[in-house]
Design a protein around this ligand. Structure first.
Ligand code: CIR
Length: 259
C-alpha cells in the first residue's frame, strides 16, 4: 500500500528576506504566512496525508519551500544542491529526516551540479527536469544517473521564463500537464498539455485520484479542473506567492515508502 507522508517545514521568522528573482519584492506578513502554512498542512492531513516536519531552520528565509531540497523516486531520495548558494544550508536537516525517520535511501547532487526540487515534475515514471536558473546540465546528468537505473525516464526541458519548471507546469491526477502558456518554454515537450487561464493555475498538488490542491489566487483554473471532473481544494498562500512560492513548493510527498 502506498505511503501518504508529506515533508513540510515551518516558515522562518526571516521569511520576508526570502529570495525573489522574477517578481518585485513586496512586504510579507509573517503572522499571516504562518496561519496560511498551518492551513496548508491541515488541507494535506484532511486528505489522508501524514505531515512530517523537518526541523525548522530559522536562519534560512526560504526553508519553508522544502520541495526544492529533495526529489523522490520510489523510496529513493536525491538531495538537491540549489542553484541559489544561499539555500544550500537547508538540506542537511532534510537528509536527516529522510534517513533517520523515514528509512529512505539517499543520494545527493554533488558539485558542480545544481538541482532544485522545484525543477522536477514526475508524471508516472517520466521525470521532467527543468534546465534553468537553478538546475544546470550537470544536475540533470546526476538526476539521470540516480533515477534511470530505477526505471525513470528523465526528460530535460528548458525553463527560462519562471523560477522553476513547476512554476510553469504541473500535472493533474490523470497525467495531463497543466501550464500557463505564456510562461511555458515548450508546451510541445508534454504529450498531453492543457493551458490554464491564470499563472497560479499552473500549480497543483495531487492529493488523491480526484482532488488537487490549488492556489486560491487561481479561481478560474480551479473551475476548469472541476469541469474536468476533479475536485479543487483551494488554499490561500498569498504570502508565499510574494516570494515566488506556489502550492507545490511547501511540501514533498512521499508515496512509496516501505515504513
Ligand atoms: N519550488 C518552488 O516553487 N519554490 C519556490 C522558492 C521560492 C524562493 N523564494 C526561492 O527563490 O528560492
Amino acid at each position: 500500500m502506498p505511503s501518504k507522508k508529506a515533508l513540510v517545514r515551518r516558515p522562518s521568522p526571516r521569511l520576508a528576506e526570502g529570495l525573489v528573482t522574477h517578481v518585485e519584492r513586496q512586504p510579507v506578513d509573517g503572522e499571516l504566512a504562518l496561519a496560511q502554512w498551518e492551513a496548508y498542512g491541515a488541507a494535506l492531513r484532511a486528505h489522508g496525508w501524514q505531515t512530517v516536519e523537518v526541523d525548522p531552520a530559522d536562519d534560512c528565509p526560504d526553508g519553508v519551500f522544502v520541495e526544492d531540497t529533495v526529489v523522490m523516486f520510489r523510496n529513493v531520495a536525491l538531495v538537491g544542491r540549489s542553484g541559489a548558494a544561499r539555500r544550500r544550508q537547508e538540506t542537511p536537516a532534510v537528509r536527516d529526516v529522510l534517513v533517520e525517520r523515514l528509512g529512505c535511501s539517499v543520494n545527493r547532487v554533488r558539485e558542480p551540479g545544481t538541482l532544485d526540487g522545484g525543477d522536477v515534475l514526475k508524471v508516472g515514471d517520466t521525470v521532467y527536469v527543468g534546465r534553468g536558473g537553478r538546475t544546470n546540465a550537470e544536475g540533470v546528468r546526476q538526476l539521470r544517473a540516480a533515477f534511470e537505473p530505477l526505471g525513470a525516464r528523465v526528460v530535460a526541458v528548458p525553463v527560462s521564463r519562471v523560477l522553476h519548471l513547476k512554476s510553469a507546469v504541473t500535472a493533474l491526477p490523470d497525467g495531463t500537464v497543466v501550464g500557463y502558456e505564456p510562461l511555458v518554454d515548450s508546451p510541445a515537450a508534454f504529450p498531453r498539455f492543457l493551458a490554464v487561464p491564470e499563472e497560479a493555475g499552473a500549480h497543483v498538488v495531487v492529493l488523491d485520484g480526484n482532488s488537487v490542491l490549488t492556489a486560491a489566487s487561481a479561481p478560474r483554473s480551479a473551475e476548469l479542473f472541476a469541469d474536468l471532473g476533479f475536485t479543487p481544494v483551494p488554499v490561500d498562500i498569498s504570502e508565499f506567492e510574494k516570494l515566488e512560492g506556489c502550492v507545490t513548493c511547501l511540501s514533498v510527498r512521499l508515496r512509496d515508502l516501505h515504513t
